[in-house]
Design a protein around this ligand. Structure first.
Ligand code: ATP
Ligand code: MG
Ligand code: FE
Length: 365
């Protein structure tokens, strides 16, 4: 059984063909990152146009590289939720016309579920396991109990950590920084932070009095912005020019984001342990999403998992960010369990907002 996976939920057009062992037979990925970086953020109609311009080629490339003909496919799996409406629409329309033309089963995919399951393509990880997904659009903690059975333990109340880092990078004009050419916001901050003093600025991790596993990053961004404003005044420079202490600000911002993520994850681990929701033997924390490729954030999380006896698993960076491979893998997992193939493709619609799994109150003191 072979599955073609298609991803267009945000700003990457991705496609891949996998066999049922999880071997990648062929893949292709087109990222719109550079265009959006120049524009200072994603403009949905622009993302839509770029998906439309690239989806044919990307899917064809994945098929060509795999040497698999459409008639040999067992199914097509495509992200239908959550994401940008205009972006999701391109992938869904393309996929529906593809499956009708080639008479293939269609499997709609939840993007966050795909992020959470990717690790199982790379190694054996049994349910249940704890999963932390941190990216440009999401921040959530969930207990994965089965391929379509998630208990949502917490999520962000405002913005996502990748978004926060991207906005801080923009406020610091890091695109003008000679060392940061071509890097996304989060990557630029990680690089600069390496040379910075994270104690020169002190930012507070939010929600210390909230006894649940939710996140909040807007307050961190606000504190960083105020520190930048103040320093610009002191140094007598205009917004857009680079601050002399840009590395120290990057280091402190990254540290505060890392420490907030680690604290909320620690709460989730304690909650799961108190309720016996994790296996006694080798409990696992899976971390994925674009922000999970940050080494400082991984190291901070490792302090938490070491202290609580969990194993930290994080897929390589290329599988942490959006791609077609994880969608194909999710399709395979569903195909194996006989779940998710739709019988009437005309009833499939995309859903820009879609929660992962059931949520429960995690408030414990
Ligand atoms: P979604 O939430 O729908 O998956 P997305 O497209 O933003 O949205 P990803 O492609 O997984 O998600 O991740 C991109 C985000 O990850 C960006 O916000 C980017 O700044 C952040 N990011 C990438 N590399 C790093 C890094 N090294 N350190 C911190 N953040 C990073
Ligand atoms: Mg992306
Ligand atoms: Fe994603």
């Amino acid at each position: 059984r072979l599955v073609l996976g298609i991803e267009t939920s945000c700003d990457e057009t991705g496609a891949a063909v996998l066999d049922e062992t999880g071997t990648i037979l062929g893949e292709s990925l087109h990222s719109q990152k550079e265009v959006h970086l120049k524009a200072g953020g994603i403009i949905p109609p622009v993302a839509q146009r770029l998906h439309e311009e690239n989806i044919n080629r990307v899917v064809q490339e994945a098929l060509d590289r795999s040497g698999v003909a459409p008639r040999e496919l067992g199914a097509v799996a495509t992200t239908v939720k959550p994401g940008l409406a205009l972006s999701l629409g391109v992938g869904l329309r393309f996929s529906l016309s593809f499956v009708r033309r080639h008479e293939k089963p269609f499997i709609p995919i939840h993007h966050m579920e795909a992020h959470a399951l990717t690790v199982r393509m790379l190694r054996q990880v049994d349910f249940p396991f704890l999963v932390l997904l941190v990216s440009g659009g999401h921040s959530l903690l969930a207990l994965a109990r089965g391929i379509d059975d998630f208990l949502l333990l917490g999520q962000t109340l405002d913005e996502a950590p990748g978004d926060t880092l991207d906005k801080v990078a923009r406020r610091l004009s890091l695109v003008n920084h000679p060392e940061c050419r071509g890097l996304g916001g989060g990557q630029a901050i990680e690089l600069l932070a390496k040379g910075g003093d994270r104690l020169r600025f002190q930012f507070k991790s939010p929600m210390g009095q909230h006894y649940d596993c939710n996140f909040s990053f807007a307050g961190i961004r606000n504190q960083v912005t105020m520190a930048i404003n103040k320093t610009e005044k002191q140094e007598g420079i205009e917004p857009g020019q680079l601050l002399s202490c840009v590395q120290d600000i990057a280091a402190a911002a990254q540290h505060t984001v890392a420490s907030h993520i680690a604290k909320r994850t620690h709460r989730a681990i304690l909650f799961c342990k108190a309720r016996d929701l994790l296996p006694q033997n080798n409990p696992i924390l899976v971390v994925s999403g674009g922000v999970a490729s940050n080494d400082y954030i991984r190291d901070t999380l490792r302090i938490v998992t070491d202290a609580t006896g969990l194993q930290l698993l994080c897929p390589p960076a290329k599988f942490c960010t959006d791609n077609g491979v994880m969608i194909a893998w999710n399709g395979l997992e569903r195909l194996k369990e006989g779940k998710g193939v739709v019988s009437h493709t005309q009833e499939v619609a995309y859903e820009p907002r879609a929660r992962l799994g059931r949520d429960i109150s995690t408030e414990v003191r």
